[in-house]
Design a protein around this ligand. Sequence first.
Ligand code: GLY
Length: 387
Amino acid sequence: MGQTKNFVLSAENTAWAEEIADKILKKMEKVEERNREAIPYMPHDGRYNNYNTPEMRGWWTNGFWAGIMWQLYAVTGNERYAETARFTEEVFDQCIEHYERLDHDMGFMWLHTAVADYRLTKNEKSRTRGLHVASIFSSRFNSNGNFIRAWNTWGPNDTVDKTGWAIIDCMMNVPLLHWASDETHDPRFREVAIRHTNTVMKEFIRPDGSSNHIVSFDPYTGEKIETFGGQGYENGSSWTRGQGWALYGFALAYIHTKNPEYLDTAKRVAHYFIANIPESGLIPIDFRAPKEPAWEDSSAACIAACGLLEIANYVPEYEKDCYVNAALRLLKALVEKRSNWDENVDNIIENCGVAYHSDEHNVGLIYGDYFFIEAIFKLLGKGEFLW
Ligand code: GLY
């Protein structure tokens, strides 16, 4: 399919994006060499750790390294990147064996591994893996409340009942279901995706265009019970990565269904996001957190930039600049102030954050780099559409 580009970039901005894309290709050659047989998550002293361990193998971010590899493969045609991406795809078979441990993050994990492999190389085994996981994923749907259950209980000491919890992040996982319906010509998967998306549009997105992170429903009656701040500052606040998931997620929902309500929702979230970009262009971890400590989340900026560029692809000519310029503003701020091009350091993007109430602040994270690379390639109409 490739990457759609249905907007015009000025010659100056094209030259800028080409320069950054070249820097990405140059640096990633070295990073790939060092991490061929690993599943990177976060750098420590400039070198990625490896989440290919029995405890961490099913972690939600573990598809992004392969996603970077497939984007590089799509741009360069270098088989080395496909081989490295397949390392994760094969490791993930162990996660399928223990599917009861998987949360809802199967889209993040398999869209960028098996499904990407199938999209780019028509590998039949990868298609089977993708369809198998889409079936497991759709079984998380609760038809009482029309939502996909997000999380499981996390081990014997977890006493929080999450049976009725849905989270905004899942908007990025439901494209796996659209893909499965396209592949099988069976509407069941898409029906689950649409029902979940409609619930999110109604119960998560606030009138001002911001989004809740967690909404809990009664799993037996489907009644909405309450909202939680989740990875943001507090209930009612505005966790920026969650705003990014909502923005990009509704743009993807539109791409897969052509339902204009989803594009309108993506635009509403985008306008809220754009209105809250600080003077510096750098995105805080929560738009409604105290100014100090000044924790940022560059990954939120990268995710939002990807979503803004997809919105630009589908709005009329006279609206496009609004979204393209906002994406450029976010990406240029990151390149100027939060990028590291040292080839001895594994990550590119700095100052990402795991969650407001975690200890991991202003760090590199694999998904910051994934969405940055995707966004820069999108500006040039390059790379692959992996969603
Ligand atoms: N829970 C996925 C995220 O941290 O965005």
